[in-house]
Design a protein around this ligand. Structure first.
Ligand SMILES: *[C@@H]1O[C@H](CO)[C@@H](O)[C@H](O)[C@H]1NC(C)=O
Length: 423
């Protein structure tokens, strides 16, 4: 074992990180990324609330101003909010879900968590208490042979302003504030340290979900630096030159893969994968597409995914082809598809396209199966896929669990009915 003075280690790490010349050692991850396909689900709406996944939690407050986890704490007395959260944490995902996910032939769960599970700053109304549930999740994943990707889904200041970052705000404030970024770095160090010797279960850490790269170069330059820092924090958690076996799962920040070409690539960088999220529903133009166009759009991603210079994991996607799910665009916000979203033209009625599968026609369920298969086939041209999301209270078109129960998702994800759907 090498014994190095801290300043020598720091110099070596700095040299390595800045130049990539000191080649890192190939890692031995907890899952054979690149040779076996990632097949998984997100555990959405559990440790980070999302109004559309659990609308009842929000409707039960009786307060329309409660639109995210921040306002959930802000506009209720602590005991009311805390007991609702504890009940939710105890019931939304349990050990039985991990058993069912494994029984469905999946090998990964991606687990969103917010910074406020680790650090609540002065004036921040977040309620903390999620960490024991993260620990439970890791224990259950180990029991059922699943790999966990710990995904930091909300950062101080919010990295995108989405309600699913914890705080729905008009312009993100994470990237422009060095304190926010330093706090986020510290949390990634904490997570990396927690799981550095358990990489057979926690195989990967995603240091930040969906930073708002579309807002321009100020965000992107902050993200690039943060990815460099995250590499050091995740791949060198021991405070020495010793490397971990933890995979670093970056997000593309909504940029095309061409933007990231050559970024943190081997041999200078080891154990880095790129996460991209593919949805075909968040614009008027996409809402107007036919079912066949939704399918051909995802089929058209194959060469991009297969040719990228890092393992490409589609870490979020859905068989839904509309934005009809209640509160999907935010609590109190309508859907583009039926024209109830401000400025969007009417495409069609949402009736029978969201809610309970008992209202879905057989032709719609057939489409969901075809769209699901087209995506699985296409995303397995990359390193694999993680569907958003395992369950939702009232949006079965998004729910892996509902898809299994109602036949548009096969019990074994390799049992395809339409293997030629992409032509
Ligand atoms: C930066 O963020 C921190 C919280 O992380 C906050 O306390 C501080 O006021 C922010 N600074 C500015 C200039 O907004």
């Amino acid at each position: 074992m090498l014994s190095l003075q801290p300043f020598v280690v720091a110099a070596l790490l700095g040299f390595s990180l800045l130049t990539g010349i000191l080649a890192d050692n190939p890692i031995n991850p907890g899952f054979p990324y690149g040779s076996e396909k990632v097949r998984g689900v997100n555990l959405g709406g559990w440790l980070v609330l999302e109004p559309w996944i659990t609308p009842s939690l929000f409707d039960n407050t009786g307060n329309d101003a409660i639109v995210d986890e921040w306002t959930f704490g802000q506009y209720q007395d602590y005991n009311t909010a805390y007991s609702a959260l504890v009940n939710h944490w105890n019931t939304w995902i349990t050990e039985a879900d991990f058993a069912a996910i494994a029984a469905a032939g999946l090998n990964h769960v991606r687990l969103p968590i917010g910074y406020w599970a680790f650090d609540v700053g002065p004036g921040e109304p977040y309620i903390t208490g999620q960490l024991p549930y993260l620990e439970n999740a890791v224990t259950w994943a180990q029991t059922y042979g699943l790999k966990v990707i710990v995904d930091l889904h909300g950062a101080p200041g919010s990295q995108n302003g989405f309600d699913n970052s914890g705080h729905r705000i008009s312009y993100p404030e994470w990237h422009s504030n060095a304190t926010n970024i330093a706090r986020t770095d510290a949390i990634i160090k904490t997570i990396a340290n927690m799981y550095k010797d358990q990489t057979n279960v926690v195989s990967a850490i995603a240091p930040l979900n969906e930073p708002a790269g579309y807002d321009g170069s100020a965000v992107l330059s902050a993200v690039r630096q943060y990815w460099y820092d995250s590499y050091g924090n995740i791949r060198y958690p021991y405070g020495t030159a010793q490397e971990s076996n933890t995979l670093v799962l970056l997000h593309d920040a909504f940029q095309p893969f061409s933007y990231w070409s050559g970024f943190e690539t081997p041999p200078g960088w080891q154990g880095v994968a790129m996460d991209t999220h593919i949805y075909t529903i968040f614009s008027d133009a996409e809402e107007a597409m036919t079912q066949a166009q939704h399918i051909s759009t995802v089929c058209g991603m194959q060469s991009t995914l297969s040719s990228f210079d890092l393992w490409a994991i589609v870490g979020e996607w859905t068989p839904a082809n509309t934005d009809c799910a209640t509160y999907l665009n935010g609590r109190g916000v309508g859907a583009r598809y039926d024209g109830t979203y401000s400025g969007s033209p009417y495409v069609g009625s949402c009736t029978g396209l969201t809610g309970s599968a008992s209202t879905f026609s057989s032709s719609y369920k057939t489409f969901l199966r075809q769209f699901w298969e087209a995506q699985v086939i296409s995303y397995e041209m990359g390193a694999g896929w993680i569907q958003w999301t395992w369950k939702a209270e009232n949006a079965d078109e998004w729910s892996y669990q509902a898809g299994l129960a109602n036949g548009w998702i096969p019990q074994n994800p390799t049992d395809l009915i339409y293997p030629g759907i992409c032509g």
